[in-house]
Design a protein. Structure first.
Length: 146
């Protein structure tokens, strides 16, 4: 039973990832699309499809902004001094701050491509898993009638 659920989930993952890739915005570099992926945990039967926490995706911080949008606001920016060997300190210390200024950030409409109703993850997986659940419930019901 467990192996059947695992194989169903691993077969469904590339299909769901393909649906996300099809809706993803096409940029100059294609990094958003490259950051999409899936991971299956067989021990817990958990499937993750989308931006998973790998090293490549740490630089894709803007994917969340593209996905969910952004409101217009004014933010305070602290520009840092960089020498030949890079930043002096990893933490933002007072001696590293070159200048502080206000930056007006424009609003951005959300472009849903990972978390969308069209992905329809639940109904897509439910159709594939219904037969497995029916067999499991029948087996449980039959064992109680001894």
């Amino acid at each position: 039973m467990r192996a059947e659920i695992a194989s169903t989930l691993t077969q469904a993952a590339p299909v769901l990832e393909g649906a996300m890739v099809a809706r993803a915005p096409r940029g100059k570099t294609g990094r958003l699309i490259a950051g999409l992926g899936w991971k299956f945990y067989p021990k817990t039967l958990r499937l993750i499809v989308g931006f998973i926490g790998v090293r490549l995706n740490r630089k894709l911080f803007y994917a969340r902004i593209v996905e969910g949008g952004r409101r217009a606001q004014v933010v305070t920016v602290q520009r840092r001094k960089v020498g030949r060997s890079g930043l002096r300190h990893r933490r933002k210390r007072f001696e590293d701050i070159a200048s502080t200024y206000q930056l007006r950030v424009k609003a951005r409409q959300p472009h849903h491509f990972v978390y969308t109703p069209e992905t329809n993850l639940r109904s897509f997986l439910a159709r594939r898993l219904n037969g497995i659940w029916d067999r499991a419930l029948r087996r449980i019901a039959d064992t109680g009638n001894e």
